[in-house]
Design a protein around this ligand. Sequence first.
Ligand code: UDP
Length: 241
Amino acid sequence: MKETPKAKYGRILLKLSGEAIGGESGIGISPEAIQDMAQQIREVRDLGVQVVVVVGGGNIFRGLPGSERGIERATGDYMGMLATVINALALQDALEKLGVATRVQSAISMAQVAEAFIRRRAVRHLEKGRVVIFGGGTGNPYFSTDTAAALRANEIGAEVILKATKVDGIYDCDPKKNPKAKRYSQITYLEALQRQLKVMDSTAFSLCMDNKMPIIVFELFRPHNLRKVVLGEKVGTLVTG
Ligand code: UDP
């Protein structure tokens, strides 16, 4: 019988941006992107890893650009938070179709579609092997889903935040503009700050730094990349203390 390889982490938090959920265009919900994500999540769940997902909403709505077009900032932010719940439901649907048990917990009450966020309950779901998807961000305007990821990772005792992006890690400059851009395989929080590398927004980043929560930035849309990260292979960029 083939032995299951040993995962490096027991409990992970995967941050999926709205842009990634939007696939190629980054807008709306791409069925192919969602299915690919679900497939990769199932692969790591099958390694026995407890998986929490925080979904973004930028593929549908972002508060700040909305406010520049005349919507009150807080209202726009609530619209953005609701957008993340739509994404959470789409991911839940794709995962359940693959036979993965899931629960969606929302930071904004909406009892008909999602459980409320209850930390101990989320942990219990994880222990039972369910994938827990957090929607609604932090539930507060003026925050981001990266901050929600940093907050929830600490709250539920995740060992690492895996930030899935469209680029394969953190570079010293924009690899799309400069072909000589260098990718870091590992970097400290302080170096990232000093070099002004935008890993996450400053609220999210400082929450990780203050609590020594490692972040791995990696490209999701490469076959089995999430599994590789979880198995400890050198994929993407690791940010630590
Ligand atoms: N948002 C918020 N509070 C939160 C999380 C998100 O107000 O705790 C709003 C904010 O307007 C943000 C939008 O929801 O622009 C979508 O989230 P985000 O931009 O973080 O999504 P991503 O960039 O990951 O797609």
